[in-house]
Design a protein around this ligand. Sequence first.
Ligand code: AVI
Length: 326
Amino acid sequence: MRISQALSVTLHDYHPPRDAMGEEVLSGLQQRQKTLPCKYFYDERGSALFDAICELPEYYLTRTELGIMETHVADMAAMLGPQLTLVEPGSGSSLKTRLLLDHLREPVAYVPVDISRAHLVNAADRLNRLYPDLEVLPVCADFNQAFEVPAPRRTAERTAVYFPGSTLGNFPPVEAVPLLDHMRRLAGPGGALLLGADLRKDRDVLQRAYDDAAGVTAAFNLNILERINRELDGDFDLGRFRHRAVYNETEGCIEMHLVSLGSQIVRVSGESFGFHDGEHILSERSYKYSLEGLTTLALRAGLSLEQHWLDDRGYFCVAYLKPKHP
Ligand code: AVI
């Protein structure tokens, strides 16, 4: 881990070496069902495209979650309590966080954790200037790997992990349980978790949200190939792959695919990968939950779902969780 000064904030940097991306991309492309880890969507352009997705009329998730937060943030802040260290894995632009910070009583520190260093530093710098009494301690890390929450100068009453945006949904249940467990341990025995999760609904609504008319999600999906070309010496022809989003009813998740238009051979880091016409790379899964499913998942990670808030349509849920055995 390296500590450095970046703009107005001190950065704790656990950023994985470049080789890590190479290894994961190559091993994903070697599988029978070719896959790419969706965390690599978020280079600078990918992060900007994701911010644009959040504004799309079809992408109800961000707007709906924000609506729930606006209506119930006072209750949430009361449950979280005063003098918190708030940790946010996958913080991105930290947009919803401001709403929460504005309602928390004397929060001590805010720890945004994100893999996209430039995005993280800019967002942390912005918050640091907006909240002079709050210690902003950004951590550049893959939040699914080991990292430590930096100790703030003032002692906090409690640590709470804020994990909004349905990010948990990008992990299959076998990975979501250890991830929630990791968060429970970050929060500690007396801590809490505030989690945003997308709920199951009509498949057309879901598919439109991941295949918007303006083609922003398509550009976001294809951008991972551009990143591989740039960073891993790849030669994907972006004109020969197309974006597809389908709801997998059995798994309860949206799948994003990159479909090969024609048969072709692609080289990445000196290795060749053959594609037949119509073959697809699975680039992302986005799981949708029922309330029961979410409760069971949390229990398996040692967390009990104490309270939840929904929007009028029951599209999205914000849940307050506590360790089962503090
Ligand atoms: C970040 N994550 C919760 C988004 C989602 O909805 O699964 C990523 C995304 N992929 C396509 N559109 C948005």
